[in-house]
Design a protein. Structure first.
Lengths: 116, 111
């Protein structure tokens, strides 16, 4: 069974540029999460979806970050006008059902973003 | 919202000894407490979890203890091996919520 796939694995931007990260969850997983993991810190939840619906995006800096999952499968996280403080690894995870109720999340390898 | 504090940032243990990582949480509604492991250069993978209806769960060399009154939970690794060297993250969530993670504990097992 294929795991969670993310691309690109690395991105280097100048401040003010935009970037999109793509995630393909495990087949059949209805819940998809985006986490931000700054260097030497724990993952911080940005947004998560059940199928195509946003369940919680309260931690997403909405002025510059956006996330979609239009068909309830793949998802895209976009950062517009990146700032140095956005430097982090962006992790996508998926689960069957909402993770807190049904168990483990499966994480992708992450997309490492450096903003110069 | 939920806040999870992981008390040890680093832990150095001799091979064969035990390691304990302690976490506390703030939301009394939290009911699910998983642990994830992150090896160097890799992503997180699940190791063990506990739900609030029990206070102890064991899987091979790993044991998780939960003290709901103190809002504290811990991961115990016995007979540590070199492959246990990694960063361990504790997390908490209420039913049907996203996980809130701690900052991580870097465990180093030396011979």
């Amino acid at each position: 069974e294929a795991g969670v796939t993310q691309s690109p694995r690395y991105a280097v931007l100048q401040e003010g540029q935009a970037v999109s990260f793509w995630c393909d969850p495990i087949s059949g997983h209805d819940t998809l999460y985006w986490y931000q993991q700054p260097r030497d810190q724990g993952p911080q939840l940005l947004v998560y979806f059940r199928d195509e619906a946003v369940i919680d995006n309260s931690q997403l800096p909405s002025d510059r970050f956006s996330a979609v999952r239009p068909k309830g499968t793949n998802s895209t996280l976009k950062i517009q006008s990146a700032k140095q403080g956005d430097t982090a690894t962006y992790l996508c995870a998926s689960s069957l059902g909402l993770g807190g109720s049904t168990g483990q999340l499966y994480f992708g390898e992450g997309s490492k973003l450096t903003v110069l | 919202g939920e806040k999870v504090e992981q008390h040890e940032s680093t832990l150095s243990v001799r091979e064969g000894d035990s390691a304990v990582i302690n976490c506390t949480y703030t939301d009394t509604a939290s009911s699910y407490f998983p642990w994830y492991k992150q090896e160097a250069g890799k992503s997180l993978h699940f190791v063990i979890d506990i739900r609030s209806n029990v206070d102890r769960k064991q899987s091979q060399r790993l044991t998780v203890l939960l003290d709901k009154k103190a809002k504290r939970f811990s991961l115990h690794i016995t007979a540590t091996q070199p492959e246990d060297s990694a960063i361990y993250f504790c997390a908490a969530s209420t039913y049907a919520q996203g996980l809130t993670f701690g900052l991580g504990t870097r465990v180093s097992v030396f011979p």
